[in-house]
Design a protein around this ligand. Structure first.
Ligand SMILES: [Zn+2]
Length: 231
């Protein structure tokens, strides 16, 4: 309960909330703007993704439709590339950019790109760790000799911060591969390349926002520990 009534919590939570809100709004605005701009080549997101996969020798990744807005992702477990409603059937600049980006993740997986391998390996640890971190810190704060719980909680949450950092090179590299593939294959023209870069750049900022939010949360936990030591 005190988690929500701690006034200092707001000092960290309000900037974190604003950072993610602005990043989310921006990616949606940029995506929506370039969703209305058709490419000259006229290929749809699904066609572009398949072309990029095939030209990289990848034939065992399925390209599927997934409902929702900007829910596009590559699933390495099932080797499925899922494209959302504004991407799968659309021949907009935004759609081909997103589709090529997801294909970029499939190529990373196929070529065993180390940052993606590390990120995938960290997923189960981080899922458990980020859920356990706060309860552990809370138990540690309530117990008289609870330092071991606090330290374990901080360590687990630090792993979650590292995870958001490792996500950055994975995302930037997928976008770099996307732009290259679109250019080489002639799917986009030079002036369309600028628009694709804007869409992918706005998407990358949501991952930068996630790093900031995770760091703010870690700083809040550290501030709880500091205040306990001061008491
Ligand atoms: Zn991505």
């Amino acid at each position: 309960m005190f988690y929500y009534f701690d006034p200092l919590y707001l000092v960290f939570a309000i900037p974190a909330f604003l950072i993610s809100l602005i990043a989310q709004m921006r990616v949606q605005m940029v995506f929506s703007k370039y969703s209305r701009v058709r490419t000259f080549s006229g290929l749809t997101g699904a066609e572009v993704a398949k072309n990029i996969l095939w030209s990289n020798g990848i034939y065992d990744v399925r390209v599927e439709y997934v409902p929702g807005l900007l829910t596009d992702h590559y699933d390495p477990r099932f080797r499925v590339l899922r494209l959302s409603q504004g991407v799968f059937d659309s021949n907009s600049v935004a759609a081909v950019g997103v589709a090529a980006h997801e294909a970029g993740h499939a190529i990373q997986h196929y070529q065993k790109y180390p940052w993606l391998a590390l990120r995938t390996a960290m997923v189960p640890v981080v899922n458990i760790g980020s859920n356990l971190a706060f309860p552990l810190i809370l138990i540690g704060l309530l117990l008289k000799n609870g330092d071991i719980f606090i330290n374990l909680g901080i360590l687990l949450f630090s792993l979650a911060v590292v995870f958001t950092l490792i996500t950055l090179p994975v995302e930037l590299n997928a976008s770099k591969r996307a732009v290259e593939a679109l250019k080489v294959s002639g799917v986009i023209l030079p002036d369309e390349e600028i628009a694709v870069k804007k869409v992918l750049g706005a998407a990358a900022m949501t991952y930068v926002a996630a790093v900031s939010v995770a760091i703010l949360q870690l700083l809040y936990y550290l501030s709880l520990v500091q205040r306990r030591r001061d008491d």
